[in-house]
Ligand binder design. Structure first.
Ligand SMILES: [Ca+2]
Ligand SMILES: [Ca+2]
Length: 287
């Protein structure tokens, strides 16, 4: 019974994360409805207490500009279900080097947390978890930063990757240079690393496309897996983290992965629609 519950929790978790990422580029988003919004506005929508989240207050104090446009964000804005607006502005030592707030209930309390990349001007990028506490937004957990300025990390997926019933967060540390995939989970209020895997990448330097990855149960064992390119983006790897990180398989790409991926199901089987160089796409599954 316990296993069945975990399975269903995992499936629901995947559906929620995928839905949040899918609506982010909805064409009906009007900047005027989102106070302070950065020009590259991507709205995350939640089904619970947090209705919407977006990045605001463009700033040029960091000037890394790894995402193409010449600004980062100083603030996160949240609209609660009751319409109330909340703002979290970072201190001047850091910026949100990100475009896409990600909503997921990481601690199982029934209220979504928000996951963003926070870059320190002197110490590089960290993954930050922001939560509602006492009616305000606050950063409740953070990974150690990458260590030096102008190094970055890009989240790859949020799901229960190890099958223990709780969401985990995967990101690629320095996707242009190092390409190290790291998986973290929230435990007793802190982010703890539970797995890592070399030879991955999910971003092209200077591109606004953050989503060169996909989450689904590709091998059908009831636990979420991650599809992500190799560091040179010429292969698509399928990775499992249940009982430790391992590669389920890899497929060569006809051309280098460049644009956001989409998850598609064919007869109930998950496939990754890989955005390829030249603007085309390629549908790839594990089997
Ligand atoms: Ca987990
Ligand atoms: Ca699986």
């Amino acid at each position: 019974m316990c296993l069945r519950w975990q399975h269903s929790f995992g499936q629901r978790a995947i559906a929620i994360v995928v839905a949040a990422l899918t609506v982010a580029h909805a064409p009906d988003v009007r900047a005027a409805d989102y106070p302070g919004a950065i020009a590259d506005l991507r709205v995350a929508r939640g089904a619970g207490t947090i209705a919407e989240a977006w990045l605001a207050d463009a700033t040029t104090q960091y000037r890394h500009f790894v995402l193409g446009s010449p600004y980062e964000a100083a603030s996160l804005m949240v609209r609660l279900r009751d319409g109330k607006l909340l703002r979290l502005t970072l201190p001047e030592d850091s910026v949100f080097e990100d475009r896409q707030p990600r909503l997921a209930d990481l601690d199982g309390d029934g209220i979504d947390e928000i996951v963003l990349v926070r870059s320190y001007l002197r110490r590089g990028a960290a993954l930050a978890v922001i939560a509602l506490r006492g009616g305000a937004l606050s950063i409740v957990a953070e990974t150690p930063p990458t260590g030096s300025p102008n190094t970055w990390l890009n989240p790859a997926g949020i799901a229960d990757f190890d099958g223990d019933g709780q969401h985990d967060i995967a990101y690629v540390q320095m996707p242009h240079v190092l390409g190290l995939l790291r998986v973290w989970t929230l435990r007793s209020g802190s982010l703890v690393e539970i797995a890592k895997m070399p030879d991955t990448s999910n971003h092209v330097m200077g591109s606004p496309h953050l989503g060169l990855s996909a989450v689904a149960d590709f091998d059908g064992d009831g636990v979420a897996d991650l599809a992500i390119p190799t560091r040179d983006r010429t292969y698509l790897r399928f990775l499992s983290f249940k009982g430790g990180a391992r590669e389920l398989g890899r497929k060569p790409l006809e051309s280098t992965a460049v644009y956001d991926f989409r998850l598609r199901h064919v007869s109930g089987v998950p496939f990754v629609d890989v955005g390829s160089a030249g603007g085309g796409s390629e549908l790839i599954g594990l089997r």
